[in-house]
Structure formats: C-alpha cells, structure tokens
Design a protein around this ligand. Structure first.
Ligand SMILES: [Fe+2]
Length: 363
C-alpha cells in the first residue's frame, strides 16, 4: 500500500489502521501486495546443457567436504527469481551424474520423478530396493517418502529431468526428509547417507503392479514406485497416431496413470506424453493447472497467453523446456511437414482437481 493510498480523509481510519497494525491485524478493505503473475518462458536446451556440463567440472557430487548432494541446474520462472522456482508448486531441474558417480540415498516428503534425457542405459535409480534402469525417455517415479539413490556405473554421463512438488510441500509447511544412514533426521536438514542394496531387479514394479498382480499388497496405492519405459510409451503414441485418435487441443495425448488406482501419476503431479503429427496445429484451450514441457523430439511453436500473464510464441526444438502458466490460452503447432513432434509434460492438475479448483475452457 502506497503512502498516498494509506491516507484517508477521515483521520479516525488512519488511526484504526495504526492501531490494528500494532496488534498484527489488518482490514479487508486495505490493499495488499499481490503475488506476481508467472510468465510463459522457454529454456533452450543448449543453454541448460552448457551450464550443466560446466557444473560437472566445478561442482563435486557426494558425501565429502562442500560437495553437493545433488548436481542439478534448476529452471527458474523469470517472474519469481527470488524464489528460484519453476512454478508455484513444481520444480523442474536437470541433473547430471558422471561416470562412476553416485547420488546418495535419502527420502523426503516431496514427491519426485525422473525423465531420462541422455543415457546409455547403464545408469539406474534404486527406489525402495528396486533397480530401475534409466534409458532415454523412461519415467522413473520416486513418490513421497520412498528411499532413492542414483548410480552411474557406465562410461557416459547420465542426464535427466528432475521434477518435484517441493514448492507445494514447502508452502504447506510439510517438507521434511532424512538420509538412509541417519534414520531420523532433523526436519528440513538432512544429509546424504549410504546407498541401498539392490533387492529387486529392473522391471519388478511392472510385474508386481501389472494387470495380473497379487490380490493384496502392502504398498500405499498413492505412492507406488514405478518405471514407465519409453519403448512402451512411444509404441502407444505411434499406434494411436496410426489410428488417428487425436485430441483437438493436444494431439495424441497420453496420461501416465497410477498402475493401481488408474488415477494421476502421483497425488500432486500428473505426467503426459503427446504427439503432434507433421504439420498439426491444435485448437487453443486454457486451464487452472500450470504445465512444464520438455521436447522429446521434433520442433514447433506453442502460442501462449493473452491478458495479464503476457503473450508469447514459444518456438521450441528438441530437448528445450518451456512453461505455460495457469489460465493461459495455448495451442501447439508442429512446424515440420515430415516428422512428428513429441512433448513430455508435468502439471499440478491432480492438486487442482482434488481441491475442486480445476477449470478448463476450450476454443
Ligand atoms: Fe531426492
């Protein structure tokens, strides 16, 4: 509230404001500071990758000295650089684990997922004792409170997208974690510990939680450690493209479903893959969830927004990342006449839906 606005013609109002401020009270009629509107933004892969590789030279990873517990480059929305957040709810970062390195074991209340960008297939994440191999395009879930450590025994770098609901967890004062060897840690002050032993082989989750599965399982269905293999996702996209089963606003669209409930990928984060056929242009829509995209392959343009969130044409190419804010009209165009474009995306849609706050408008 500006000085001029704070003044009222009636001196009693000003006196009331001062008295209330002294008691940590406020009047509904008084102005308040508005949170900035998030803006559409594109992060070119070349810039991300350059900084990530440089971080590999200067930032150590591990349990020694000033080493980082995770080596990630974080996507920051230009409207909230002070918060260093991609969105109000989600954080997308890009992680590098070099040959021979390990990112040691911990768990936290924030849910996380990994979408693999570069790998020769030899790296893996151990989630609650299961070895989950990381091949390009694979989606590995480390739900709320699951133990996880990352290993690169291969000869080449492994690079993946990390997505966490950490900003939502922090907003709700519900962010906490602990290390594997620590057992119980101080809240929000955890340190890296040892690695887990591999108990279950790669692929075990897809058998245990498959369509033929034990009638009872001790796992909480909201927090299922799981890997979606890209070879399956890609085959499904191609089959549906062949059958021309297309959504007018998103092209060929897949939700990564929770294998037990059929609901969203995790309670706070939904993941999608979509294929835009050569030359395809979608119709615009907007919704109250906000979405971060990663270009798996191809090139195109996403026209984003009108009104106070700003308006931009985001021109993207392979591996770029971009953000579409809540309530922004957006449409997609595959600018190639010969090749499909494939996008992976994450959103906070399940949160909005569970709170009755999800709305969508379609043109
Ligand atoms: Fe973690």
């Amino acid at each position: 509230m500006s000085e001029a606005e704070a003044k009222s013609e009636d001196p009693r109002v000003e006196a009331l404001h001062e008295r209330m401020a002294g008691y940590s009270l406020g009047g509904h009629w008084q102005e308040r500071q508005q949170a900035p509107a998030l803006v559409p933004h594109l992060w070119p892969w070349a810039a991300i990758y350059e900084c990530l590789m440089e971080s590999g030279e200067v930032i150590k990873l591990g349990h020694v000295g000033d080493a980082a517990n995770r080596r990630t480059v974080q996507l920051v929305n230009p409207a909230i650089t002070n918060l260093k957040s991609t969105t109000r709810t989600l954080q997308m970062s890009i992680q590098l684990v070099k040959p021979g390195e390990n990112a040691e074991c911990h768990r936290h209340s924030a849910a996380a997922l990994r979408f693999i960008v570069e790998s020769d297939g030899g790296s893996y994440t151990n989630v609650d004792g299961e070895q989950m191999l990381m091949e390009p395009g694979d989606l590995v879930l480390t739900p709320n409170w699951t133990w996880h450590d990352h290993h690169n025994p291969s000869d080449t770098n492994v690079v993946w997208l990390d997505v966490l609901d950490v900003h939502l967890a922090k907003y709700l004062d519900a962010m906490y974690g602990e290390t594997y060897d620590q057992g119980q840690a101080d809240n929000a002050n955890y340190f890296e510990g040892a690695s887990q032993t591999v108990v279950y082989p790669d692929g075990y989750c897809r058998l245990r939680f498959g369509v033929a599965r034990p009638p009872q399982d001790q796992v909480d269905p909201r927090f299922v450690p799981y890997t979606y293999k890209w070879r399956d996702t890609r085959a499904t996209l191609d089959a549906l493209a062949e059958a021309d089963v297309s959504d007018p606003h998103d092209g060929i669209l897949l939700d990564f479903k929770n294998p037990l409930t059929g609901g969203p990928t995790m309670p706070t984060i939904n993941c999608r893959a979509q294929l835009l056929s050569p030359g395809e242009e979608t119709r615009p829509h907007n919704h109250t969830s906000s979405t971060i995209y990663h270009v798996v392959e191809g090139e195109g343009v996403t026209a984003v927004g009108s009104g106070k969130n700003g308006s931009r044409d985001l021109a993207w190419a392979e591996k770029d990342c971009f953000f579409v804010p809540s309530k922004s009209w957006h449409s997609f165009k595959n600018t190639s006449k010969t090749d499909p474009a494939i996008l992976f995306s994450v959103s906070d849609k399940p949160v909005l839906e569970s709170l009755g706050l999800y709305r969508e408008e379609r043109a």
